[in-house]
Design a protein around this ligand. Sequence first.
Ligand SMILES: [Fe+2]
Ligand SMILES: [Fe+2]
Length: 337
Amino acid sequence: MRSSGQIEHGAAGVAPSGGETAASAGPDPREAEFQALIDADQRIEPRDWMPEAYRKTLIRQIAQHAHSEIIGMQPEGNWITRAPSLRRKAILMAKVQDEAGHGLYLYCAAETLGVDRAELIDLLHEGRQKYSSIFNYPTLTWADVGAIGWLVDGAAITNQIPLCRCSFGPYGRAMVRVCKEESFHQRQGFELLYALSHGTPAQHEMAQDAVNRWWWPSIEMLGPPDTESTHSAQSMAWGIKRFSNDELRQRFVDMVAPQAVVLGLTPPDPELRWNEQRGHYDFGQPDFEELRRVVGGDGPCNRQRAAHHLKAHEDGAWVREAAAAYAAKHAATTAAA
Ligand SMILES: [Fe+2]
Ligand SMILES: [Fe+2]
């Protein structure tokens, strides 16, 4: 295992930002310049000065996002060999590969903050960095692939569109491409569920059952309620987060509630109804206690997901060694030429 201390002590491999030395001599004047840039809606780039807390927050958030993309390949990858047609298999393979790509952009974005990808993966394996709790639920039927695309990718888009304007340049730019692919993901899930919902009674029932199981975890994906969200206020001041968890949750429900009508499927929320006065849908409270349990490691598939990732990582060690040996050989040849 690699040491993970670097993250706590700031950026390895990047010129020191000076935040910590300056702290002892009172407020750093660069902090005001940094905040002025953010307030003017300008981007912070990797070589710019930034407070250590901003860097650490971004590393934590981008790493958690990258881990979610990669772990998120598991529940759906599970269905590639069982997709019911060549067309569905091709769509699902493309989607799962997109998620791998999202993970890679995001690890690269995190690396611009001075951490090493291998270090982040070690933190994931040690359970010291998290991934989205949604991927700790099992995919029991083929309809789950549709429900994940429609609801889970739908919640991801809701969360990620405002991140395209994130104050940290590499993260915001990665999100632009990711969001384009996410909208294809949501569309394919919707189309899959639509076909099942309008198919045989058994197919309709399977689609409804999948929506029953994925609805609440997707609503919970937008995070804990604003009253309990620990990092929100600072992230908003830094231009990392643009809307609160509860605002995003409302947006998500407003998007998917009318889509459910087109699908002919009923969300498992008796309180879901259009509120003319508010101009939004009213909806019930998710079970945040359950969310805490799953985030805390006690979801149906937490152990399985972590073990699978660790095994894949260990099985792939020879690829990393071969790539490093090739790069070293190539560097030596270039230097000699
Ligand atoms: Fe993704
Ligand atoms: Fe996706």
